[in-house]
Design a protein. Structure first.
Length: 293
């Protein structure tokens, strides 16, 4: 499934969640009436794929389209119609990240919105320190390595975006954040020696925040449940919104929400939590790496 200037976290990210919620409600209404996506698309002068994107919450909503679909689905109760149309208006509020549209892939806009709306973020990372935990210097080194030859201004913009994202962890309604970092992510150098040392110190400090749990999966454990690579799990306070697994690729991303698929990642995450040293022992591992760096 993305206003210039700062806005409250709930305002910017909530629009993404509302879009997904509205899409799911429209899908349920269509299914309950036995109407095909093709027929629904015809009713609003759109394609079947447009209906699919609407129901997945991947596009903005026009009030007229929502009104026409509600009529097609037999929703005549004014209170119900007003509620869903209000959801459509709220879903179209642009997030703060739109001001970074020049350097932000469309497929990542959805993730930023979901990240900001989540009440619980769980991650496993193997390549580098997760973006929400990176120092500015480390983030600059990571972005520069991944975008060799890019203009300095573009790299700076991407780093600024990453630092803006981090504000979610210290916001008044910040999520619980549970991170498992593979030891490989901590030993792989990005930037000069002092950049890595500052990053390790930052991790130790962040791990002591009340809403953050940080564990390190050490090399000494051997093979473990994170064998498929890095992944993120997002949970939301809205009961209508299921957990989402986010898998990032080079040019796109996957968002998994099917119960059976999410359950497999849930098991893997639980095993990572169980098999990794606890938070205090993980801090000791970080202090040990700091002495070696």
């Amino acid at each position: 499934m993305g206003r210039v200037g700062p806005v409250a976290a709930g305002e910017s990210s909530g629009s993404v969640v509302r879009r997904i919620l509205l899409g799911s409600q429209l899908r349920r209404l269509r299914d309950s009436r036995g109407i095909t996506r093709e027929a629904a698309g015809y009713s609003i002068r759109a394609s079947e794929s447009k209906i699919s994107r609407m129901e997945l919450g991947r596009v903005s909503f026009k009030a007229r389209d929502v009104e026409d679909l509600l009529t097609l689905y037999g929703v005549t109760d004014e209170a119900e119609r007003d509620s869903l149309l209000g959801l459509a208006r709220e879903a179209n509020v642009a997030g703060w990240w739109h001001s970074y549209g020049d350097v932000l892939p469309g497929w990542f806009q959805t993730y930023i919105g979901l990240e900001g709306a989540a009440s619980l973020i769980r991650i496993y990372e193997v390549q580098f320190v997760h973006g929400l935990l990176q120092t500015e210097a480390y983030a600059h080194a990571v972005v520069s390595r991944g975008m060799r030859g890019a203009p300095a201004a573009e790299i700076d913009r991407r780093v600024a975006l990453r630092l803006e994202r981090q504000k979610v962890l210290v916001s008044e309604r910040g999520p619980r954040f549970h991170a498992v970092l593979d030891e490989a992510a901590l030993r792989r150098p990005y930037g000069e020696r002092e950049v890595m040392r500052a990053q390790l110190r930052h991790l130790i400090e962040m791990s002591e925040q009340p809403n953050i749990t940080l564990q390190v999966m050490p090399f000494s454990f051997g093979g473990h449940a994170g064998e498929s690579g890095s992944f993120t799990m997002l949970s939301f306070p809205e009961s209508d919104l299921s957990d989402i697994v986010y898998l990032e690729q080079l040019t796109s991303a996957l968002y998994l929400d099917k119960r059976e698929e999410v359950a497999q990642y849930e098991k893997a995450m639980a095993r990572l939590h169980q098999d990794s040293p606890g938070p205090e022992e993980s801090r000791e591992l970080l202090r040990g790496l700091l002495q070696l760096t």
